[in-house]
Design a protein around this ligand. Sequence first.
Ligand code: GLC
Length: 531
Amino acid sequence: MTEQLPWWQREAFYEVYPRSFQDSDGDGVGDLPGLLRRLDYLADLGVGALWITPFFPSPQRDFGYDVADYCGVDPTMGSLADFDRLVQEAHRHGLRVVLDLVANHTSSDHPWFVDSRRSRASLRRDWYVWRDPAPDGGPPNNWLSFFGGPAWTLDAATGQYYLHQFLPEQPDLNYRNPAVLAAMEEVVRFWLDRGADGFRVDAAWLLVEDEKFRDEPPNPTWRPGMRERDRLVHLHTEDQPETHAVLRRLRAVVEEYRDRQPVLLGEVYLPFHRLVGYYGSSEEPECHFPFNFALVDLPPEEWTAQALGSLVASYEAALPPWAWPSWVLGNHDRPRVASRLGEERSRLAHLLLLTLRGTPTLYYGDELGLPDGVVSPDRVRDTAGFREWGGRWSRDAARTPMPWDPGPQAGFTTGEPWLPLNPDFPRRNVQLQQQDSRSFLQLVRRLLHLRRSLPALVSGSWRLREAPPGVLAYHREGEDETFLVALNFRAQPARLELAAEVLLSTFLDREGWERSLELRGHEGLLARLRA
Ligand code: GLC
């Protein structure tokens, strides 16, 4: 049964932020040949697919999310030949390779935009979103950018504003022009022809904006401390019907390669009832799955058995019957899960991630229980960190180098790392955790391997079950076997009156049949129920 499922349903994904994973040439920035050296580690860990964030030529204003050439490799990351070798070797290791398709915008250095801004008569003028100033000379409407300030920048030479949902150096493409979509389709074919196994569409819910450019209304729930952009309700800049048409087209291109089962995933930050729209329909599919960020968005104080039970149940209820779920604990844009929840609860979170129904995506370093790094304001490199938080917090904290061993520079580079290493790297690193049978890494590795060996954890049904207060418990029921997952979110012990074979505790110190399950404070168990 499970063997018949496509690979992207069976396997766990692992997000690699290549700048921070492994450097091979001593410039302090990770690269594709470095990643290649770590494929053994990833295969042994038990993940089945890598999603690699952008490594294309870029001025690095947003570390690759500002693409200047969609069909190349940035020299700091290697070459196209390195990419080809990486794909070949990854496949030999049983790992698929999923790329980041930064479809919403390009770099302002991209030749398309250079041409577009040259003159109002440029061939590619209409590849981007240009508007005349408002009567007072200001921006055409009140839309705000993600990284602070208006979503419009005036190009003085041609007297018009261009739209950018992110930095001014990231102008938005205009998907109302069919030539733009055709160009992006060619990008998809280029990488699929080279052996890529699919794409994660960046900012997938933002691809098209309101045709009438209407102002967005103020958000009455906005409070200081919230993102500046969320002063507005995003009625006209998010989740527009035309966005779905673009995703349907991209999916159709991916389907041209269907014998290899490439995947189209979407970055979509929306509530469940709108998120599920990004699957499309069974006749007109869009994403194989949009990422579900509910566990990333859940505030640490709301990680209770009750809140999590209803969160999972409402997601399951929102999904169309044929749609495949997705779960995520962290990514390169958000504080790390170990910092949000602390180590014990973060162990529970990984048990949850790897036993819920659907495809789990791990973020590099989270398998070590790696907390956010300490990046002092003078070392912040993330432009958004400056623009939004004045350098007090930045996404750099979640992007510090992977600690491989206790040696110099944690084995990440022979040079000066582009971001500081986490200060605890001599104690928290891959090498030491590989030797410690109860480490965070061993927990994640055991879970990934159990997930592969127990079909019910992949294809079985999911059902909440009664449990004492503070305990989240659910069944995964397969054709022959039923498993129980029980997570104690309280510090006090709790008991479940049932006999089961414990396969794993989040503390990695017990296994075997038990007549009734006693959970210690903050312990999670995976157990097989008596048939
Ligand atoms: C996505 C990426 C983020 C990037 C933004 C603009 O949200 O995950 O890192 O800054 O898009 O491309």
